[in-house]
Design a protein around this ligand. Structure first.
Ligand code: ZN
Length: 326
């Protein structure tokens, strides 16, 4: 099999962490998680000791070795270190990152499969409201992310979160058929495999560990009951919550004043569904960002990455300097 890298896209709360681990649950799979932050840290938490490998072994050196060989060899290094691995799942979700990696992988003869998992605007608004983050600015991420994704990424297919929760096995089957990887009974139980995964919020990471484990308790302690939501009552389950339309109506109405193409975005995402065998509509010209908007996003990302590198590289050398002099 030709080696593959599968990129998982999606807004916040789209279920991407759960989904990427499930896909990677295969003897030939490797879930890398939010690997972008290893090379391009944009927040201090990506440098802390708590931002460690999901395998739970404090002596694990996978990511040290990957980092050492550099971003240009990221996927090659993982393939070299794990000869049994045929496909890597990258859940960095950052669109400019995916676009840049895709170009590099094409030159290296590695196949690329972009997938996006998505919630409807109503479901996304519901997730925001549950976390007390519902506001026009936060909600605007939904059209922004999906239009940017469409403008940057080619040949992608989508997975509707609601379908995934209602019929996980069949949706997974369709995804695997599209990727040319095997589907097997029990693929959903991703915690049966040890994943060297990076990142993901605490409420998704907690599903990696069994309730009686030390790591599970450790995550509970760190979250202090705030971030976990239903991760404990719905431990290791994908579940669907019906959004309360009346509570969300006003903010959605405000957003549609600002962004009239909301219906089109949803139609596009449905049309690209991985299980949709009907001919795809290829173009949604109204949703494409203008060339100057595309350049602006690239530039913003470039600046953010470089500032992050400078700031956190300095921070790191300061800390190690301190340690050395003590
Ligand atoms: Zn590890």
């Amino acid at each position: 099999m030709t080696k593959k890298v599968i990129f998982i896209g999606g807004t916040s709360y789209s279920g991407s962490t759960f989904f990427q681990l499930t896909l990677a649950n295969d003897p030939a799979g490797f879930g890398a998680g939010e690997v972008r932050h290893l090379f391009r840290p944009t927040k201090e938490r990506f440098l802390r000791d708590t931002w460690t490998c999901g395998c739970g072994d404090p002596a694990c050196t996978v990511w040290d070795r990957v980092k050492q060989r550099g971003e240009a060899h990221l996927y090659e290094t993982i393939f070299d270190m794990h000869p049994e691995v045929e496909f890597i799942v990258d859940a960095s979700k950052n669109i400019v990152w995916m676009d840049q990696q895709r170009e590099r992988l094409a030159r290296q003869g590695i196949e690329v499969y972009p997938l996006i998992i998505w919630k409807t605007l109503l479901e996304f608004a519901h997730s925001l409201r549950k976390r007390k983050r519902l506001g026009l600015e936060e909600l605007s991420n939904w059209p922004r992310y999906h239009r940017t994704y469409y403008s940057f990424i080619e040949d992608w297919r989508s997975i509707k979160y609601a379908n995934y929760t209602h019929d996980q096995a069949n949706v997974l089957r369709a995804v695997c058929a599209h990727l040319g990887i095997p589907y097997f009974e029990g693929k959903e139980r991703f915690w049966e495999k040890r994943h060297h995964v990076l990142g993901g919020n605490l409420s998704s990471r907690i599903h990696l560990y069994s309730k009686d484990s030390e790591k599970y308790e450790d995550i509970r302690r760190r979250a202090r009951g705030q971030e976990l939501g239903q991760a404990e009552t719905e431990h290791r389950r994908v579940y669907y919550e019906e959004p309360d339309q009346t509570a969300l109506h006003q903010t959605i109405a405000e957003l549609s004043q600002k962004e009239p193409r909301l219906g089109q975005i949803e139609a596009m995402l449905s049309n690209r569904d991985v299980a949709n065998s009907a001919p795809l509509i290829q173009e949604w010209p109204d949703l494409r960002l203008s060339n100057s908007e595309i350049r602006m996003r690239q530039l913003r990302q470039y600046t953010q990455d470089h500032w992050g590198k400078i700031r956190y590289a300095l921070r790191k050398s300061k800390t190690s300097g301190k340690v050395a002099t003590q």
